[in-house]
Design a protein around this ligand. Structure first.
Ligand SMILES: NC(=O)c1ccc[n+]([C@@H]2O[C@H](COP(=O)([O-])OP(=O)(O)OC[C@H]3O[C@@H](n4cnc5c(N)ncnc54)[C@H](OP(=O)(O)O)[C@@H]3O)[C@@H](O)[C@H]2O)c1
Length: 239
């Protein structure tokens, strides 16, 4: 396999499982060294094992700026540089109409999915400008259209898509590329009680999405791939 990312160091937030792990594995397969971050050490340890010696992990809660600073510092101490930041850590709040959406739940979703991505990007920015690197924000199809029952989630992802648009322009002047990956339904734990096992089994897999993410990150810089919606050809809810 072509070692497209040989010599490069990536940081993937929420990389211990799900989409973050799929992207981390696809990057590591192509030569990147990858730091995974999240809140649960056991999950991270298992994930690092799947990176065949090309990974490490650090505890980092994206809602806590001090934890983020420490995680980015640890990544630089380990890797010596930072070429790719994947802002992937996120939580869902689906099938919850506005009347049932509490302020606490709203804040949790915005703090994690949107403010968390801002805090991590700000901490990583000097290192990304030094390497003329890339930031990929894992937004969502919910960052491009509204879905009933997902007011907080859609607001967080529309915000993240908007943040990416600005990073794209500010980054262009500094040699940093910003990308928004906007997946439709992907088979991960995020679905919890909101989808049945059969529905989840019909969703796009994390391996498939990881391949698309590395195609975006590996694309020549003259190609504008700033925002890509990746969704099922046939809805997992159609039988
Ligand atoms: N699955 C889908 O259908 C889908 C579609 C579009 C977009 N997305 C987006 O993809 C991203 C990953 O979701 P997923 O589907 O892979 O879900 P997942 O399997 O539940 O993974 C979520 C990841 O985020 C981490 N995380 C959550 N809160 C965190 C915090 N405060 N600090 C640090 N890490 C935190 C979790 O790690 P810990 O709990 O161990 O900290 C976990 O690694 C999210 O941004 C989600 O919105 C998912």
């Amino acid at each position: 396999m072509e070692q497209l990312f040989q010599g490069q160091v990536a940081l993937v937030t929420g990389g211990g499982k799900g989409i973050g792990l799929g992207i981390a594995q696809a990057l590591a397969k192509r030569g990147a060294r990858v730091a995974l971050t999240g809140r649960h050490q056991a999950t991270l340890d298992n994930a690092v094992e799947s990176l065949h010696g090309r990974g490490t992990s650090f505890i980092m809660d994206v809602r806590d700026p001090a934890s983020v600073e420490a995680g980015v510092r640890a990544t630089i101490a380990w890797g010596g540089r930072l070429d790719i930041l994947v802002n992937n850590a996120g939580i869902g709040l689906l099938r919850t109409p506005l009347s049932d959406t509490t302020l606490e739940a709203w804040r949790d979703v915005i703090d994690t999915n949107l403010t968390g991505s801002f805090v991590v990007t700000k901490a990583a920015w000097p290192h990304l400008t030094a390497s003329k690197g890339q930031v990929m924000n894992v937004s969502s199809i919910s960052g491009t259209q509204g879905f009933p029952g997902a007011s907080a989630y859609c607001a967080s992802k529309f915000g993240l898509s908007g943040f990416t648009e600005v990073l794209k322009r500010e980054g262009a002047e500094l040699g940093v590329r910003a990308l928004a990956l906007c997946p439709g339904p992907i088979a991960t734990d995020i679905w919890g009680d909101w989808a049945t096992e059969e529905e989840v089994a019909r969703m796009i897999t994390i391996d498939q999405l990881g391949e698309i993410a590395v195609a975006m990150l590996g694309a020549p810089r003259n190609i504008d791939l700033s925002s890509l919606v990746v969704t099922n050809a046939v809805s997992p809810w159609s039988t």
